[in-house]
Ligand binder design. Structure first.
Ligand SMILES: Cc1cc2nc3c(=O)[nH]c(=O)nc-3n(C[C@H](O)[C@H](O)[C@H](O)COP(=O)(O)OP(=O)(O)OC[C@H]3O[C@@H](n4cnc5c(N)ncnc54)[C@H](O)[C@@H]3O)c2cc1C
Length: 480
């Protein structure tokens, strides 16, 4: 099937208004949240129902054309970066809440529903705990594909702990149902975090939990991140499991405070947000204990939210940290790595050393309880060679995380950006096992090719024009 015949077929399936081919329209979809990479697809299809998604995937299969699923495009590792000559399947029209069953503690949604809309749909009695900072816009389909986390995952767990059922369209058009409680291989577990490489999720069943009786939130200001890190260790060692425990360093406080005017102390080297939730009496007693531990670790100032508005402002500042970096530098690169919590000071020392060597500023925001770092490497994209230096520095930070016993990603995924680091974490047989799993779901290599794995997979007959070298034909993305 020729490219124009495929486009006509997509138009017949979705409606002409929902298939984009004009270069201006396509440019909106050329990147995701990792703007350093861009690629123009053959077409963007915007199906309106699960059945239309199925039909689009089948049409791509019959044409032998690769495709990439896209939710809200907020991913930070280039997972939703299109493939040249491929189809981008944008799921933003699939926004229906299909069923809410609070007695059973579950909700069924389409993949384009935003993360925040899920909590809203089950409020005021329940909520959906995984809360990425992008939750106002990011889609639950993207969350499932990335196994997204957020501030409240230290206590509550990640997306994978909440997905209990999926309807998935495989790249040959087969529709499968995956159920958390079904016997046999845990294919649902394999799908969550697979970054769109195993199929498209078209229906998602999630667990939701009751809203806790009481929530208490504070922000404590420290001389430096090392003292704030000591407070984290003391709190966790005392057996306290905060609903959330988040840290921001001096530079990220400076950027975020300019955006929200929440009253964060600009003279502090670190801000630690601690939120406890649970039964009222337990929460109150533990909260007193947390305040004492913060003071003992050297907190200069501990501010307790006295109202829901104050609590919201504390969180708004934390959640604004990424976007607010634009106030510090014209461009920045969001890194995502994991380290053992106890090695925070050493790793931050290493990051400082590297930042000085590269002559660049690095701000740090952490999910401190999980040891999940988000170094934000600031640069000026108008200066010759600076974007490349920033990328190199970000890469060395990831390698440092692995050297200190951590991981190349905590929650933003591997995508196109970090596949080169996979061999730093996995041995050849491990990578091969991943490839075999991927080939079992997508033997024709049409689902999000070129992502996650460092080497091409050649696992079977590819129909149509991609028969020879699917990845080479699919095109390497342009960077910067
Ligand atoms: C300001 C900001 C803050 C962020 N904060 C956090 C955070 O706190 N925690 C966190 O974990 N992440 C965070 N992120 C990253 C991002 O928001 C998450 O990765 C999110 O889950 C992506 O969702 P999306 O709908 O934008 O997905 P997209 O970016 O559109 O896609 C992401 C991946 O999912 C795949 N995909 C999308 N939908 C489907 C589907 N239905 N079926 C199969 N595959 C699919 C795509 O192919 C791609 O590989 C942040 C991003 C930004 C910009």
């Amino acid at each position: 099937m020729s490219a124009s015949a495929l486009v006509s077929r997509l138009e017949a399936l979705c409606g002409t208004n929902y298939v984009l081919t004009h270069p201006h329209a396509l440019s909106t979809y050329a990147s995701d949240g990792l703007a350093q990479y861009h690629q123009t697809p053959l077409a963007v299809a915007r199906p309106g129902t699960a059945e239309e998604v199925h039909a689009v995937v089948l049409a791509c299969f019959e044409a032998g054309v690769p495709w990439v699923a896209r939710g809200a495009g907020t991913g930070l590792s280039g997972g939703a970066l299109p493939v040249a000559e491929g189809v981008l399947i944008a799921l933003s029209r699939l926004r229906r809440i299909l069923a809410v069953d609070l007695d059973d503690g579950c909700i069924v949604v389409e993949p384009g529903v935003t993360n925040l809309a899920i909590s809203r749909a089950v409020s005021p009695t329940h909520f959906y705990p995984p809360d990425p900072s992008s939750q106002i816009v990011c889609s639950i389909g993207g969350n499932v594909a990335e196994n997204s986390g957020g501030a409240h995952c230290f206590k509550y767990g990640f997306t994978t702990n909440y997905v209990i059922g999926l309807e998935v369209v495989l790249s040959d058009g087969t529709v499968i149902e995956l159920d958390r409680d079904a016997p046999g291989y845990d294919l649902l577990g394999a799908f969550v975090g697979s970054e769109g490489t195993l199929g498209v999720a078209t229906r998602i069943r999630l667990r939701v939990v009751p809203v806790p009786e009481s929530v208490r939130t504070l922000v404590a200001f420290f001389e430096d991140t090392s003292a704030a890190g000591d407070a984290v260790t003391a709190i966790v060692s005392a057996g306290i499991v905060p609903g959330a425990i988040e840290m921001m360093d001096r530079l990220s406080i400076k950027a975020a405070e300019q955006a929200t005017h929440a009253g964060y102390r600009l003279d502090a080297g670190a801000a630690l947000i601690v939120e406890l939730d649970g039964p009222h009496d337990e929460c109150t007693a533990r909260f007193e204990h947390v305040m004492t531990l913060c003071s003992e670790a050297g907190a200069r100032d501990v501010r307790v939210a006295q109202s829901e508005e104050e609590r919201a402002l504390i969180w708004k500042t934390r959640k604004a940290a990424f976007a607010a970096m634009g106030r510090i530098a014209p461009a920045y690169y969001v890194q995502d790595g994991v380290i053992p919590r106890t090695r925070l000071s050493e790793v931050l020392g290493k990051i400082d050393e590297l930042a000085t060597e590269y002559g660049l500023q690095v701000a740090n925001v952490f999910h401190a309880g999980d040891g999940n770092l988000h170094p934000l490497v600031c640069y000026d994209d108008a200066r010759d060679g600076e974007p490349e230096r920033a990328e190199e520095l970000a890469g060395l930070i990831v390698k440092a995380c692995v050297d200190f016993g951590g991981s190349i990603t905590g929650e933003h995924g591997v995508g196109i950006d970090k596949k080169r680091y996979m061999p730093d974490m996995f041995a050849e047989p491990d990578l091969e096992a991943f490839q075999r799993l991927r080939c079992a779901f997508d033997p024709h290599g049409l689902a999000n090719p070129g992502k996650v794995m460092p080497t091409p997979r050649l696992c079977g007959e590819v129909p149509g024009p991609y028969r020879e070298h699917p990845l080479e034909r699919a095109g390497v993305a342009e960077r910067f």
